[in-house]
Design a protein around this ligand. Structure first.
Ligand code: FAD
Length: 346
């Protein structure tokens, strides 16, 4: 795609509220593009508690974070929103013609009449390793996510972390296959893991077979030569620092949300939350709306059900920007032939 994508609505954030925003816009015949920095939709429900039960979605006595996300995706299917995942919205700027320029970290550009910020507690970013000077190797020898595993085949890897990502990648690089590394050392601060027990058992089995090594400890420093990291200093639970030669360091400390670029778009904020009215959930910039955990107003409660209500009113609030001539009336999905048509249930 060369030029920017022209659209009526861009939704920033594909958490539960951003997803339901697609539905509410869809009923008013407004097509949306939806963007998330995560590679998958669902926001906190998927990233933080996919298997935990939620009990306070109206008329759904119980469902997990994953089930809620799957059901929302099914519910918004008729509206054919375009998903742009794995990219953060970095730029939002007002244009002379009243519309907005929106740009993502991957360079996807939009020109849109309205924006719905459903950014929740922020975009999830990998937690970084705190070792002085090591950030210089980010993307060359230090990695927080694996995009192209084949690039690490035949290398000497040190993998840090104790969760599923650390264990899954360890197994991937140790076992026979196209990505098999020359050597793999897993480093975790304690001999206890927050990963699937089967993966932990498999890892221990591979250690017993001398296929890989596990060290209890923390990366506290590194050695370099000619601008390359040659080895890591790993300080063990016994207080002894050992030097571990390596080619590549992978760190999987999980993801933490950062409000990030949203704070730089000139919107009125209050304690890192976007101030909105409670009639349209519009921000201090006309045409930009904010819904879900990211907004604040008197009495705000960070609940999914509140976000759903906000999305409905924001859609009605945005309609005049898109259809200035049209009088939008409230219609029931139960009885409206027009809504049946947009829902595809005629
Ligand atoms: P989020 O779910 O936070 O999603 C926001 C999305 O926006 C994220 O995916 C993020 O990556 C993306 N994003 C942010 N900034 C950008 C950017 N610049 N570019 C691109 N993408 C961006 N609520 C309930 O109502 N009931 C419950 O039982 C309940 N249980 C919970 C249990 C736990 C353990 C937790 C942590 C929360 C719980 N909540 C519950 C709260 C609920 O999950 C949140 O209210 C809800 O997820 C908010 O939805 P959201 O769509 O506003 O934001």
């Amino acid at each position: 795609h060369d030029g920017p994508i022209e659209t009526d609505a861009v939704i920033v954030g594909a958490g539960p509220v951003g997803l339901f925003q697609v539905f509410e816009l869809g009923l008013l015949e407004i097509k949306a593009h939806i963007i998330d920095s995560l590679a998958y939709p669902g926001g906190q429900c998927i990233e933080l508690y996919p298997d935990k039960p939620i009990y306070d979605i109206p008329a759904v006595p119980v469902c997990t974070g994953k089930e809620l996300t799957d059901n929302l995706l099914k519910q918004i299917e008729p509206f054919g929103a375009t998903f742009h995942l794995g990219q953060e919205v970095t730029v939002v700027a007002k244009r002379e013609d009243g519309r907005f320029d929106v740009e993502t970290s991957k360079g996807t550009r939009f020109v849109t009449k309205t924006i719905f910020i459903a950014g929740g507690v922020g975009s999830f970013q990998p937690r970084t390793l705190k070792v002085d000077g090591i950030e210089r190797f980010d993307g060359t020898q230090l990695f927080y996510r694996v995009r192209n595993p084949a690039q690490f085949a035949g290398k000497n890897l040190v993998i840090v972390g104790g969760g599923d990502s650390a264990l899954d990648w360890t197994l991937n690089f140790v076992q026979e296959g196209p990505n098999k590394a020359e050597s793999v050392i897993l480093v975790h601060r304690r001999d206890g893991f927050k990963a699937a027990p089967a993966s932990v058992a498999k890892m221990k089995e591979l250690c017993d077979a001398y296929e890989m090594q596990f060290m209890v400890g923390q990366v506290t420093g590194f050695e370099e030569a000619d601008g390359r990291m040659t080895s890591l200093k790993v300080t063990g639970g016994d207080g002894v620092t050992r030097v571990v030669p390596m080619d590549v360091l992978m760190v999987f400390f999980g993801l933490s949300p950062k409000l990030g670029p949203i704070a730089e778009w000139g919107l009125a904020l209050e304690r890192k939350q976007i101030v909105v009215d409670t009639e349209k959930f519009e921000t201090s910039i006309p045409g930009i709306f904010a819904v879900g955990d990211v907004n604040t107003y008197p009495g705000k409660k960070k609940l999914i059900l509140s976000g759903f209500h906000e999305a409905a009113l924001a859609a009605f609030g945005a309609s005049p920007y898109i259809f200035p001539e049209k009088r939008v009336l409230l219609q029931y999905t139960t009885t409206s032939p027009k809504l049946h048509k947009v829902l595809g249930v005629e």
